[in-house]
Design a protein around this ligand. Structure first.
Ligand SMILES: Nc1ncnc2c1ncn2[C@@H]1O[C@H](COP(=O)(O)OP(=O)(O)OP(=O)(O)O)[C@@H](O)[C@H]1O
Ligand SMILES: [Mg+2]
Length: 357
């Protein structure tokens, strides 16, 4: 025969309360008039030392107003139960983070509070560390992006202006050799010079492509829409992935800084398409309405595999940081019809509508 359940009145509450690993307390007239050992120990006191202390003396000065307001609301009957987190002051002056859950009760015929407390200090510290390291990661990504941008710009200028200039001079001199080797008997020399002119021209074109890849001239001269159109054309040529582009013919309303960031985001996304997607087609579209610019880049490849990415992958991270810097929302997800889809929405601020393209 199974024994009958213990009646509520027979539950040994005292033993339970006194052994509880949660802090348990009663507040009467703004003082802790009961506390179990666990609750007193959270403040670094023994139970006898702790009982009788005023609530206001047990919390940090910046918590007093909230604690007293929560107390008042329950004592007055405005709220029955309140669950909140606050900071207690320990005997040694240290801070203990407490999660409290207390309700109004009657003690000796008077309104009082009975509560349960958990010491969540470790959790709060861990959360704070996590928040700080996320912030540091963000700051690091921001600095890496900015440094990359500076380096790319200066390399692009060096390649375009210095290397391009030297090659043009070489081509000019070689062309003179071609012109001056028209006499009979100089055919072999002339043929070599003609070949060299062609080779130097090819090198000039390559140098221009490299400079353009590093920092597209078209971005500064023709604006984001055209720079992206040309970028996708080069991508199509290089990777044999068909690209379709739909961008408004009129200049887009984005600042130069935002245009650079958006261009880099698309560049990084296209690198991913080429490296990971096995796609055959890529579609880029940009639309603008009164509120925002919306950019979509979709491929018809294998989509992003579930699971966490490689720990050293920084592509998506840097794309997100670039978007954050210009106040845009960015999502990269698997499209409904397969493939990967990037969606970027840049809301216009009050001054962006007049920004130059
Ligand atoms: N278009 C895509 N198609 C398929 N998978 C993708 C695509 N874009 C990203 N991924 C997946 O998401 C992962 C993370 O991308 P991310 O750009 O952050 O890193 P990565 O390209 O691997 O390295 P990194 O960009 O740092 O050189 C990739 O490793 C890849 O598995
Ligand atoms: Mg990548």
């Amino acid at each position: 025969m199974t024994p009958s359940p213990v009646e509520f009145a027979d539950v040994p509450f005292r033993a339970i309360v006194e052994q509880s690993i949660a802090g348990i307390y009663v507040v009467l007239d703004e003082r802790f008039m009961y506390a179990n050992d666990t609750f007193a120990a959270m403040f670094g006191w023994s139970r006898d030392e702790f009982i009788g202390r005023r609530m206001v003396d047990c919390v940090t000065p910046d918590s007093v107003a909230e604690v007293m307001e929560n107390y008042r609301r329950r004592i007055s009957g405005e709220a029955q139960t309140i669950h909140y987190q606050t900071k207690g002051v320990r005997r040694d002056g240290g801070i203990v983070h407490l999660e409290l859950h207390a309700s109004r009760v009657e003690v000796r015929g008077r309104p009082a509070l009975a509560g349960v407390a958990l010491d969540v200090t470790q959790r709060v510290i861990a959360q704070e560390q996590l928040r700080r390291s996320r912030e540091q990661l963000r700051e690091l990504t921001h600095r890496i992006n900015a440094a990359r941008e500076r380096e790319r710009s200066s390399l692009s200028r060096e390649v375009h202006d210095v290397l391009g200039g030297m090659l043009s001079s070489a081509k000019f001199d070689l062309s003179r050799i071609v012109r001056r080797t028209g006499e009979p008997g100089q055919e072999e020399l002339q043929a070599i010079a003609v070949n060299l002119v062609a080779l130097v021209q090819e090198t000039i074109d390559t140098a221009r492509d490299i400079a353009n890849e590093l920092r597209p001239v078209s971005l500064d001269l023709l604006g984001l829409g055209e720079a992206l159109r040309q970028g996708l054309q080069r991508f199509e040529g290089r990777f044999a992935i068909a690209c379709s582009v739909s961008v408004p013919s009129q200049p887009l309303h984005v600042s130069a800084a935002a245009a650079t960031q958006i261009y880099r985001i698309v560049q990084e996304a296209l690198t991913n398409v080429a490296r990971h997607s096995k796609a055959r087609n890529v579609r880029l579209s940009i639309e603008e309405d009164a509120e925002a610019l919306t950019l979509r880049l979709a491929d018809d490849g294998c989509g992003i595999e579930a699971g966490s990415p490689r720990h050293d992958a920084i592509g998506l991270l840097s794309m997100r940081e670039r978007a954050r810097e210009i106040g845009a929302a960015l999502t990269v997800s698997n499209g409904e019809e397969g493939g990967t889809q990037l969606l970027l929405r840049l809301p216009f601020g009050p001054t962006d509508a007049e920004a130059s393209p």
